[in-house]
Design a protein around this ligand. Structure first.
Ligand SMILES: NC(=O)c1ccc[n+]([C@@H]2O[C@H](COP(=O)([O-])OP(=O)(O)OC[C@H]3O[C@@H](n4cnc5c(N)ncnc54)[C@H](OP(=O)(O)O)[C@@H]3O)[C@@H](O)[C@H]2O)c1
Length: 429
């Protein structure tokens, strides 16, 4: 006989899986009321059943064989919290094939295969919910798909990676070098032993690709999303930026203009009065603009066991309601168009540039001349003192074609008076 309530099979019981179990247990009755019946976890897939877990779990629920979940006709919802592409992709595909609903927090899976999976789910009138995949505990997928559905979204900008935001916050507050701030983040558990996924901007690229796909109703090829990490940001740049009225953040942006989209992740100077400028430590935020609603900002914990558990359980409740009312497949695929992704070279960008040049008259004019020849006009230029006959000069440009600015940069680097271009960081307003 079928069990009472909605039956869930969890794939994974790590950070997020344990958070899901804790939330389901702590708020059991209220969740059952909201879902019109209890949510029961029937089986949990892990690699190592002997491992200590972050949540109290009946050991008889654990299995190392995915078939115990995918092949169980009583399981209504498969909740994928394993991470990585394979076997997660295969299991989610199989769950759909077997008529099960899917909840996942896997950003890589959704950024790379979301379009195909959502289209398949829509064809089958089944659900795939993935609120936990972007910005952890912050609600953003559902607001974009549902609450803000009346709007034409023109722009999204966000701080979508807590690890890099923590590192940049420590560098700004304590004057730490990047490597020291990274080591501190690792010691506190805010950065992985291999931090490359976060610090090179790939994690944020997956997330902004997912948000852009939903906001602009188009598939986004995440391989083509420009991403640049924070490894070259120095405390000197942070201090100079502050003097000029900016903070440095790893910013993910997506916008649409004339039917083409611009999606990217890179460090950016953000004016101190900008809503994202005061988002510090491991916090995340998403700021978006809709033609009817205006600016809306979402702020909160972008990762962690319980915050992500909150998002995943919210999805489970929604899917349980859909099952209850025979309404699955309601909000599956929203990619109704195929929009072109603009190349970086096509964009207009403002840039901050710090360089060391020979300290003598005419040098600033020579560099300004090269910028001018390439149609790049200057917003401000400041000389920050001299050492060993070299002057440190800080430039901020007005918006100009990225390709023109890069061409100017190549020429400036070759000027005999220029010793070194130390850093170049775009400005985001
Ligand atoms: N951590 C966060 O704050 C956060 C936030 C938002 C989204 N997410 C996403 O949520 C997902 C899970 O992240 P997490 O931090 O919870 O990962 P995690 O701590 O590494 O947990 C992964 C779990 O999946 C199990 N697993 C992995 N591969 C498996 C396989 N081939 N067969 C059976 N079991 C397997 C592991 O089993 P064992 O325990 O036996 O090793 C573990 O229980 C990822 O997609 C991640 O991107 C995480």
């Amino acid at each position: 006989m079928a069990k009472e309530g909605v039956q869930i099979g969890l794939l994974g019981l790590g950070n997020v899986g344990s958070g899901v179990m804790q939330v389901l247990s702590a708020n059991r009755e209220a969740i059952a009321a909201k879902a019109y019946g209890p949510l029961e976890v029937k089986r949990i897939l892990v690699r190592d059943p002997t491992k200590a877990r972050g949540a109290a779990v009946d050991p008889s629920l654990l299995t190392t064989d995915a078939r115990d979940i995918l092949g169980d006709p009583e399981i209504d919802i498969v909740c994928e919290l394993m991470g990585g592409l394979e076997p997660a992709h295969r299991y989610v595909g199989e769950a759909l094939e077997r008529g099960k609903q899917v909840v996942t927090a896997n950003k890589e899976l959704m950024a790379r295969h979301g379009h195909a999976l959502l289209a398949e789910a829509a064809r089958r009138r089944q659900d795939i919910y993935f609120e936990g995949a972007v910005a952890g505990g912050i609600p953003i997928i559902r607001p974009l798909k549902e609450d803000l559905a009346a709007n034409r979204i023109t722009r999204i900008s966000g701080i979508l990676n807590g690890t890099t935001n923590y590192i940049l916050t420590r560098m700004a507050a304590d004057g730490k070098e990047f490597a020291a701030a990274l080591a501190e983040a690792q010691a506190l558990g805010f950065a992985e032993a291999d931090p490359s996924y976060d610090i090179e901007g790939r994690d944020a690229a997956y997330k902004i690709a997912i948000l852009a796909a939903i906001a602009f109703h188009t598939p986004v090829d995440v391989e083509r999303v420009y991403h640049e990490g924070i490894t070259r940001v120095s405390p000197r740049d942070i201090v100079h930026a502050r003097d000029l009225g900016y903070v440095i953040k790893l910013v993910a942006t997506a916008s649409e203009e004339e039917g083409a989209i611009d999606v990217r992740v890179h460090p950016a100077l953000v004016p101190t009065g900008h809503p994202l400028a005061s988002v510090n430590d491991v916090f995340n935020a998403v700021l978006l603009h809709g033609d009817a609603v205006g600016d809306v900002m979402f702020f909160g914990r972008g990762a962690g066991s319980l915050p992500t558990g909150s998002a995943v359980v919210g999805d489970l409740i929604d899917v349980a309601r859909n099952l209850r009312f025979g309404a699955t497949g309601r909000v599956a695929c929203t990619c109704h168009f195929n929009k072109r992704l603009r190349e970086m070279a096509e964009l207009h960008t403002e840039n901050y540039m710090r360089l060391l040049a020979v300290d003598r008259p005419g040098v600033i004019a020579a560099i300004a001349g090269v910028l001018g020849e390439n149609q790049v006009s200057i917003d401000s230029v400041v000389q920050k003192g001299a050492q060993d006959n070299l002057a440190e000069i800080i430039w901020v440009t007005h918006p100009a074609p990225e390709a023109s600015f890069r061409a100017a940069l190549a020429r400036i680097a070759e000027l005999p008076v220029v010793h070194e271009i130390c850093s170049v960081i775009r400005v985001v307003r």
